[in-house]
Design a protein around this ligand. Structure first.
Ligand code: PEP
Ligand code: MG
Length: 367
């Protein structure tokens, strides 16, 4: 009923007047970005670019890029992906015109792009048993060899994030090109794009220094007059990154704390297995107060966020800081982030109103 909607809107407007902490949303599509804006998001804090690669139509192109034997083959595959990425970014930047949009460069582990190792082994075995010969068997064997070479025992601690981008800088270049072209196109249509390019899984300042060079070089090629606002920053999602944040900040315009990975790597519990694992029994037995992936582990992960912000700001006093892990939509975690002095939290679009209220509550001292 309209009355409830009106009251809700009035309460949220009042919350916005009292809160200090900014509230952004995590969104990967134009539709999600529009929904987030409707719900009061003040920008996008995390646009994960992975889904753009996993789309059924695009995956074969991505596979051909990773399995390419020559630089030319890889360049050709990337050339096909570029306009698709550009279209994705145009939608999001249009929906968020006038507000900051943080686009994160590619993050998933390599193996996610490739067929499953076991399935591919079985496939080759079946072809051999059936007496198949010729190109079909040769191709299947070749693919199996590639999958074996690229498979890792611990992919979440393997070739992902900035490591992947440094190994295949042409992927990052393609993404930056797509972002820059999208921003220019949107600007030409009278909109106001504010792009923040974010590098994931940085643990060493040298990684960000090199990646920033790649990003800035490519940006300068695409936007010669540099007349479209852009900045470059990093996720802080490894304990080491928080501990050496001062050195990392020398190459960053902003930090965004990825508390999902930061929790996983700090408490040493797999984020993908947490649900059905020993964690439930631990919480029930009172060994842990709750699921640290849902509400921030104040003494461990919280301390690393605090350390990261302090060290980062020692180097760059006006460093912009936010959080884009799941905790950005959790009221208890929001209270800690406000106390630490982060500039904003970013959460899923439907949690934006909750985050606005939680941020107001902590400003009023009632949380
Ligand atoms: C994180 O690690 O907290 C994060 C936001 O990135 P992702 O969940 O995509 O790893
Ligand atoms: Mg992460």
């Amino acid at each position: 009923p309209p009355r409830i909607t009106e009251d809700f809107t009035a309460v949220l407007a009042w919350a916005d007047d009292v809160r200090r902490l900014g509230v952004r949303a995590n969104a990967d599509t134009g539709a999600d970005a529009a929904k987030a804006r409707e719900l009061g998001a003040e920008g996008i804090g995390l646009c994960r670019t992975e889904h753009m690669f996993m789309d059924a139509e695009r995956l074969p192109v991505v596979q051909s890029m990773i399995l390419a034997e020559t630089t030319e083959e890889r360049a050709a595959a990337l050339e096909r992906l570029l306009p698709m990425q550009q279209a994705d970014f145009e939608e999001i930047l249009t929906a968020m015109s006038g507000l900051p949009v943080t686009i994160r460069l590619i993050d998933p582990p390599l193996h996610e792009f490739l067929p499953d190792l076991v399935e591919q082994s079985v496939h080759v075995q079946r072809l051999e048993e059936a007496g198949t010969t010729g190109p079909e068997l040769d191709d299947a064997r070749e693919l199996l060899a590639h999958v074996k070479r690229l498979s890792e025992m611990n992919p979440m601690l393997g070739t992902r994030g900035v490591r992947l981008a440094l190994l295949y800088p042409e992927i990052a270049r393609m993404q930056v090109r797509a972002i820059a072209r999208a921003a220019r196109a949107v600007r030409e249509r009278g909109q106001d794009p504010h792009v923040e390019i974010m590098v994931p899984l940085v643990g060493f300042d040298e990684e960000l220094r090199r990646m920033r060079e790649v990003v800035e070089e490519t940006w300068a090629e695409e936007v010669p007059g540099d007349d479209v606002p852009h900045s470059v920053g990093t996720m802080i999602e490894l304990p080491r990154a928080a501990l050496v944040a001062g050195a990392i900040a020398a190459h960053a315009d902003f930090f965004s704390f990825g508390t999902n990975d930061l929790t996983q790597t700090t408490v040493g519990i797999s984020r993908d297995d947490a649900e059905g694992s020993f964690l439930g029994a631990y919480v029930e037995a009172g060994i842990l107060p709750g699921n640290p992936f849902a509400s921030i582990d104040v003494d461990g992960v919280g301390e690393l966020v605090r350390t990261g912000v302090r060290k980062g700001r020692d180097t760059v006093p006006d460093l912009k800081t936010g959080v884009c892990g799941e905790h950005g939509g959790d009221p208890a975690s929001i209270a800690l982030f406000d106390e630490i002095g982060l500039d904003y939290v970013s959460c899923s679009p439907y949690r934006v109103p909750i985050a606005r209220l939680a941020a107001a509550q902590v400003s009023l001292g009632t949380s």
